[in-house]
Design a protein around this ligand. Sequence first.
Ligand SMILES: [Fe+2]
Length: 298
Amino acid sequence: MILDFIMTPIHGDQVVEEIRKFNKDLYILLLTGHKDLAPPLETIRRLDIQGYCEKSDKFDQLLLLIESGIKSIAQMNQIKKINEELSDTYEKLEQAYLESIQTLRYTVEAKDTYTRGHSDRVSEFSVLIGKYLGLPEPDLDTLRIGGLFHDIGKIGVPDAILQKDAKLTDDEYSQIKQHPNIGIHILSHAKIFQNILPIVEHHHERYDGKGYPSKLVGENIPYLARITSVADSFDAMSSKRSYRDSLPLDVIKEEFRKNKGTQFDPNISDVFLDILENHYDEIKEIQEQYSGIEDSDI
Ligand SMILES: [Fe+2]
């Protein structure tokens, strides 16, 4: 669109102002015959006026402006088209990612439907703790997915051991302690799961270095794995077992107080205790949404 600056009853910049309310893309050239009355640069920028030209007897400058305007429009259209194609591809990729996750979930559930409630709750509790720690959205996403698959390695542990009611032998216990490494083995080949590998591998480390599989100490344990560990332990304590009822809330709180700095990261433990004290409704909501029988606290 080419329009004059000084016009009656309204000036060109006011016309553009109205147009921009419903069309941000229209390419606009503003002409003026009065050098002294040119609109300020700030107005030209604000209204996204692409070209400005002073009228004269020679049309060369105007012609050049129109030609470069036509080229710009063609380029803009091209960029728009590429952007549309890119966002289409991105949507397809995201869909494929979600489908992969779903397939993997079904695989885990086929092995043991009971772990479903546990993994969902650990996922949600981890995100809740992450939120109260003020973590950014990408970390919350990693916690969400990491919680869902933290125990995926149990696929590789025999059912007879996982579901054994009696006390485990040393050998059986050491087989169970393999599940973080088995989990890494399963997931490490897929790029989409790279972010959650530290959670899968290190959710059984202890702050004092007495955990497994790597006996990492304190802040050497990946931060998100330390969060998942708190969420995982809470769910173990607050779920029913074949050999005991769920632990009372007071006992659970005492466990977190007692074990901060030994089993748990002290700061994450404090934040979680604050959630238990002051935001227990959010915990309850998660438990009600994902209630299921869970029979393994390993
Ligand atoms: Fe585990």
